[in-house]
Design a protein around this ligand. Structure first.
Ligand SMILES: [Zn+2]
Ligand SMILES: [Zn+2]
Ligand SMILES: [Zn+2]
Length: 81
């Protein structure tokens, strides 16, 4: 068991990516947190300048990557001119 420094959850070693430069040879954050740090292009238009959007703030691991315009328009129903 290892505690992830980002979500502070104790998880099995298999839930961590390997990292040769750390003491226990595992990355300090779990695979799920590592994935959240990797930005994905906008789901709608593929723009690479994205923002993280959470449909539900109680589920911080449920992240959507959207560009500014689609984040406002599609995720928050705000009109962007
Ligand atoms: Zn984590
Ligand atoms: Zn977009
Ligand atoms: Zn949002």
């Amino acid at each position: 068991m290892k505690i992830c420094f980002k979500c502070h959850e104790g998880k099995d070693e298999s839930e961590f990516y390997k990292h040769p430069q750390t003491g226990d040879r595992l990355l300090g954050k779990c695979k799920e947190c590592t994935k959240l740090d990797v930005k994905m292009p906008c789901e709608i238009c593929g723009d690479e300048k994205v923002q993280a959007h959470h449909d539900d703030y109680l589920k911080p691991l449920d992240v959507k990557w959207l560009c500014f315009k689609h984040h406002r328009q599609d995720a928050h129903n705000q009109i962007v001119t």
